[in-house]
Design a protein around this ligand. Structure first.
Ligand SMILES: CC(C)(COP(=O)(O)OP(=O)(O)OC[C@H]1O[C@@H](n2cnc3c(N)ncnc32)[C@H](O)[C@@H]1O)[C@@H](O)C(=O)NCCC(=O)NCCS
Ligand SMILES: Nc1ncnc2c1ncn2[C@@H]1O[C@H](COP(=O)(O)OP(=O)(O)OP(=O)(O)O)[C@@H](O)[C@H]1O
Length: 202
């Protein structure tokens, strides 16, 4: 089984491209979604994160799945305390890694030829070393900023801080085996994905 490592800066269109791979029949592991699950009701990271940022604890409803993390409160805390993101990553990354390992083992058992792991910090965490092909989704900076601005709940200044923790787009493009350009229409992006899928699967 071969692994495609999919990455891209915030707002570049990674999740959209991952969806295109999924529709083409590839199993996809979505790291952001896994983080959200770990922070969601009864999630495994809730206790440790709540000890770090007590204000982010959202008590569960009676009879519900349990406590969860208020992501907006967590985002605000991350933004006001520069040392917090590294502590948060230290809690979450080993958990995400363990889930990814399980996902890959299940895909291997099911005899998939190719799978996709969608990892925002693919190069930053060294996850690229486990991949057979790395793909970066990239758009011009102005397009990236416009897309982030459109998303509710995150100001441009907040986005800039997370982007600053990411390997710059130019460096990602240099390191990746393939670049999917997402600066034009989604139809154009889908065409590039289709071309790559055809090349990989014959
Ligand atoms: C910072 C948090 C609270 C922001 O939550 P929010 O709901 O606003 O955003 P979401 O989780 O959907 O992430 C959106 C994008 O932000 C960027 N991003 C998220 N975490 C990080 C990080 N630690 N470093 C750089 N960029 C990041 C990525 O491009 C990601 O795709 C949250 O992302 C988080 O808990 N991050 C720490 C875990 C982590 O490192 N995640 C990255 C994938 S493993
Ligand atoms: N050609 C395109 N290819 C991909 N996404 C596009 C394109 N045109 C517009 N978009 C839009 O860009 C926005 C960001 O895309 P998406 O959520 O897939 O990015 P992302 O890289 O996963 O972002 P983040 O890292 O912040 O979670 C979405 O609203 C998506 O619909």
């Amino acid at each position: 089984m071969k692994i495609i490592g999919l990455t891209g800066g915030m707002g570049m269109g990674k999740t959209t491209v991952a969806g295109m791979f999924r529709r083409a029949g590839f199993p996809v592991f979505d790291s952001d979604r896994e983080v959200h699950r770990l922070q969601g009701p009864g999630g495994r990271a809730v206790g440790a994160i709540a000890r770090l940022v007590p204000d982010a604890l959202r008590p569960g409803a009676p009879g519900g799945k349990g406590d969860s993390i208020d992501r907006s409160a967590l985002r605000r805390a991350v933004i006001s305390d520069g040392s917090l993101i590294a502590k948060l990553e230290a809690i979450l990354h080993p958990m995400v890694f363990a889930s990814r390992k399980k996902f890959l083992a299940a895909c291997r058992r099911a005899r998939f030829a190719w799978v996709v792991i969608d990892v925002p910090l693919l190069f930053e965490t060294g996850a690229d070393r486990a991949c057979d092909l790395t793909v970066v989704v990239s758009a011009p900076r102005t397009t990236q900023i416009r897309r982030i601005a459109r998303r509710r709940g995150m100001s441009l200044a907040d986005a800039e801080r997370l982007i600053a923790r990411q390997v710059p787009d130019r460096e990602k493009r240099r390191r990746a085996d393939r670049v999917i350009r997402s600066g034009l229409s989604k139809t154009d992006t889908a065409l590039q994905v289709r071309r790559l899928v055809r090349e990989l699967c014959g």
